[in-house]
Ligand binder design. Sequence first.
Ligand code: E4P
Length: 339
Amino acid sequence: MVRPAPVNLCNGPLRQAIIALMNSQLDSLRSHSLVVADTGDIEAVARWKPQDATTNPSLLLTSAQDPRFRHLVDAAIKEARGDVPTAMDGLFVQFGREILKHVAGRVSTEVDARLSFDEEGSIAKARRFISLYEKQGVSRERILIKLSTTWEGIRAAEKLEKEGIHCNMTLLFSFAQAVACAEAGVTLISPFVGRIYDWYKSARKVDDIPVAEDPGVASVTKIYAYYKKHGYKTQVMGASFRKTDQILALAGCDLLTIAPDLLDKLQKAEGPIERKLTLEGARKTGGDKIHMDEKTFRWMHNEDAMATDKLAEGIRKFDADARKLESLIISLAAARAAA
Ligand code: E4P
C-alpha cells in the first residue's frame, strides 16, 4: 500500500499563515533598527514600504535593464538631448524620485566611483544631484549622497555636510574609515558585512563562517560600540548582507539596509528576535578615542589587507557597472535617434 506523504505542518502554508498572524522576524527587527530596502527595484520598494531606500550603480544597472523600468531610462535620455553624462545623472535621479514615492524617508544616490579620489569632482557631482532633485521639488533632506569612503571622499562629505547636503559613506570596510567619517561629522556610514565575509571565506578557503565568528558582523559591532561610547552623531547602517543570521546579529544597529530576497526571508520567519547592539553594551566596550589625520588614516587602512582589497575592488566594480549603464544609454539613445 502506498501511504500518502505526511503533511509537514511545521513548514507548510499553515505555518506561514500562523507567522503572518504573529510577529515575524522582520516585524521584530523593525522595533530594534530602522529597516531600509537595498534595491533599485521600485516595485519591491513599493511592496516593502521601508522608511529609507539605498541604491548603487550595480543595482541601478540591473533595474535599468529591466523592461518594467525602461520608461525611466527613456525619460532620462529624452531630457538629456543626446548628452550621455547628463542622461546618467538624470537616470539616477529618475530612479531616486520614483523610489521616494514609496518611502517616507530618504533615498541614497551614489556619486560616480571614478570620482573616488577627486574631492572637488565629488563635491560638484553631489551638488549637481541635489540641484536636479530640488528642481523636481525634492528637498535635500530626503537625499543621502553616497560617496566612496576614501580620504578624498570623506573630505568631500565633510564640506557637503556644511552645505546641508547629507552623505552616506559607502564601501566602508576598515575601522580607520569609520573613525575618520565620525570625525568628519558625516550623517551616515554604511559598513559592509557581506563583502568582508566573502573575503575571509575566500582567504580561509571555507564555505561558511558561523555568525559568532563572522568578521563582517564583528566590524559593524565594533564601529557601533565606538560611535555610541564616544557620542558621535553619525548613524551606522549595516549593509551588504549574505544571510539573515548576519542581520539578526546586528539587531539594534541604527539602520540596516537589506536586499528584497532577505527581507522576504525575515518576513517568513517567526519572531520575536533579541536586540544585540545596545547603548549600554557599547559604553562598556567601545575602546579609547582615536584621532584620524591623513597619515594615520592611510597607514591604518593599509594595514588591513581585507579592507584595502575590498575598497579597491568595490570602486572598480561600481565603475565597471556605471560604464555598462553608460553603454546601455548610448545604444538606447542611438536606437531612439534612428527611429
Ligand atoms: C548598500 O548601500 C550597498 O551598496 C550594498 O549593501 C552592497 O551590497 P553587496 O555587497 O551585496 O553588493
